[in-house]
Structures are given as C-alpha cells and as structure tokens.
Design a binder for this molecule. Structure first.
Ligand code: C5P
Length: 216
C-alpha cells in the first residue's frame, strides 16, 4: 500500500502540449507527450491528493482517480487553470505551452499558390508567471526545458515567475525528456542548491518531485 502523505491536498497539474489552430486542417504544436505530467498526476492521486489534471491532447490513458479537464489551446488552458487556481494548494505547470498563437485563425483552408507565405503569430500569455504574481497560499511548480546554461537559465525563470520549485530538463539529450520513458532533472528552489535526480523512470521522478514538495 502507498503512503497517504498527500491526503487532503488539492493539487492542480497541467500536462501535454497545447495546440494552436491555423486553419480548419492545420495547427502549431510541440513534442510534449504529457508523460511527466500524467505520472505526477497518477502518483499524487495514489498518495491521497485530490488531483485535477488539465491536459492538452495526448496519446496517454487517463490517470485513475484524477479529475481530467481536456483543453486544446493555450487560451483554454489559461482559462481552466485560472478558474481552478484559488481552490488548490499546489499547482504544477508541466504543460508545454505554445509560445504563440496565430493572430487570425483562417475560416477556410489556406490555399497554396506556389509562393512563400507567412503566418502572423501573437505571443501567448505566460500562464505560470501570471500565477506567480497572484499566488497567495499556493505552492507553485514550473518546468523548464533548456539546451544550454541550464542552472543559470533555470534560476532566472524561478525568480521571474516567482516559483517555489522549478524542474529543469536538459532537452539537448535524446535519451531523456520529450517522449522518452526516462528523465533526469534538476530541482531548483529559492535559496537552495540544485538537487539532481539522476536518470530514472518518469514515475520515479514524479515521486521524488512530490517528496520534495512535501518538504516545502
Ligand atoms: O519560459 P518557459 O516556457 O521555458 O517556461 C516553462 C514553464 O512555464 C512551464 O512550467 C510551462 O508550463 C510554463 N508556461 C506557461 N505559459 C506559457 C509558457 C510557459 O505557463 N505561455
């Protein structure tokens, strides 16, 4: 049996990619599989937390004992997360949010004409940074995918988004991260040394992240 150390904790997790429509047949997205966020949701529920998972489109089966809210775009993700923010104690943003959306979604399929074309892209809101600036009692956890100067870039995000913890992924490595079953991460926390969680399954990483959260 699993220890129920998160009993009574309300935990909101976002996971997976967001998808931004271009026209009725095309879209912009990214390589997020949702595996890390889903593993966190399942482990947290197993440990007794009341888990709400706000998920972009993934190939994964729904975690059991978790309330799942499906979203497509970053804007929908923002709406759902904001709506649920106040009633949660811990918010983990594991979703890979599109940085941009298309300014005007075309109502009809865009036709090719042998020429180059360009898309007008507008920046999406930084949902996590917005939460960081309105949080009251909540513990806020972000993820960051970096390819260089990991710790330095991660620490900047920790401060800028006013987080209690940042889970840092090295996406320059092919054996971990996006779509892989395994991961290796560093946990950054304000005024503490980075903590390495050496390469292991995303399930084990999820438990270690939750362990660290209970100590916050
Ligand atoms: O700045 P960067 O995209 O690297 O930050 C990643 C973290 O911020 C992740 O936790 C992600 O879920 C969150 N994020 C967000 N809204 C965005 C972009 C990222 O909440 N528009």
């Amino acid at each position: 049996t699993v220890k129920q150390d998160l009993a009574g904790v309300n935990l909101l997790i976002s996971a997976g990619p967001t998808v931004e429509e271009i026209d009725p047949v095309r879209y912009l997205t990214n390589h997020s599989s949702g595996k890390m966020g889903y593993a966190l949701a399942q482990k947290a529920a197993d440990r007794g937390a009341n888990v709400t998972l706000v998920s972009g489109p993934t190939q994964l089966s729904k975690p059991s004992g978790v309330a799942v809210i499906d979203i497509i775009s970053a804007k929908e993700l923002q709406q759902k997360v904001k709506e649920k923010f106040e009633q949660n104690d811990v918010v983990i943003m594991a979703a890979a949010v599109s940085d941009f959306h298309v300014k005007q979604i075309a109502k009809q399929k865009i036709k090719k004409n042998g020429q180059s074309m360009h898309l007008d892209l507008v920046a999406n809101p930084d949902i996590l940074a917005d939460l960081g600036h309105i949080k009251t009692h909540q513990k806020l956890v972000g993820f960051a995918a970096e390819t260089q100067n990991l710790i330095e870039n991660g620490n900047k995000k920790l401060v800028k988004k006013n987080l209690d913890m940042l889970v840092l992924n090295d996406v320059s490595r092919k054996d971990i991260g996006f779509n892989a079953a395994d991961n290796e991460v560093r946990l950054l926390r304000p005024k503490k040394e980075p903590k390495l969680i050496a390469k292991t399954s995303k399930d084990k990483i999820a438990d270690e992240i939750l362990d660290e959260l209970t100590s916050l």
